[in-house]
Design a binder for this molecule. Sequence first.
Ligand code: NIG
Ligand code: FE
Length: 390
Amino acid sequence: MVSLLVDQVGELVTNDPTHGDGSPLGLVRDAALVVEGGRIAWVGESRSAPAADESIDAAGATVIPGFVDSHSHLVFAGDRADEFAARMEGRSYSAGGIQTTVAATRAASDDALRHKVAQLVGEMTRQGTTTVEVKSGYGLTPRDEARSLAVARDFTEETTFLGAHVVAPEYADDPAGYVDLVTGAMLEAAAPYARWIDVFCERGAFDSDQARAVLRAGMAAGLEPRIHANQLGHGPGISVACEVGAAAADHCTYTTAEDRGDLAAAGVVATLLPGVEFSTRSPYADARGLLDAGVTVALATDCNPGSCYTSSMPLCVALAVREMRMSPGEALWSATAGGAAALRRDDVGRLSIGMRADFAVLAAPSYLHLAYRPGVPLVTATYVGGHLVA
Ligand code: NIG
Ligand code: FE
């Protein structure tokens, strides 16, 4: 087995408090790490680094765990730039725009969908993302949901069946019939390609009873639950998440003190998506309230053609710091270890011994530059399992 030494790292973020300064980020200055068999085999100060078969000189750069983007909708066709422009002129975001993408996605070939996902995953990789979750939800027929997930599976194990994104147009007058389809034939077609079951629990999409039915059916089919909750207003999504034991409640733009207490008590991760608030000009989630209540917070892009078309985790970190008052350290932790928690992964999101060697190299003296230099392409290299991928 060939070992690789990454040496002369100016600042190494491990997310392992047993390393370095003992903070949650486990910061080591003048550091090195060794990769063997795709895993981290050694972490410490450069001066005590062991020899390895090959080595890379990081020349004082910062190394961070690869971003874990735990919420995205990459399988789609079409473009909704006009909807964005209309929003910037004052129109508000609603769930209805999803139907535009559904029509375009149904009309697209598998190859066209695969090409789109490849393009967006490529963007993500170049910006330091090493794990991405991808949802279906723009097909809304058994065939189109299954093929969307089959395409997503070519890129990630973290695939999510979101047939309950909105009621399909053919069922506009029969939402109960649509829930029967989602929990019946559609789930059966989709489940072989999915790890997770999700539902958009919101005004204009699905109510709490429908959300519960969708998640319970998915769980009975062996999928694990996660949910779109409290995006457009105060609603029941967070309560449903806690009741079914979801891995994560995503958006959480509107929360009460009771919601925050419930998330903490139930151990449900709150995945905040500040790119959505930015792109829909909405109020930002109460990240401080969630953190103070003891909730585990993740940050993700929600990359999708409607509410937020960014693939950039560094942008989300900068927004979380500037707009949601997370510290730069909290934001980076949430974008890496927090995302891993939201996906119930214990092999990514940290750079400690035994973890997958997924990391990004930043052309910066410190991770602080991610928020300090918004919009600047600081990621110069991305490694997955110890292999250079971008
Ligand atoms: O997470 N909230 C629901 N789904 C997406 C938006 C989808 C769309 O507008 O196309 C979201 O924001
Ligand atoms: Fe979403």
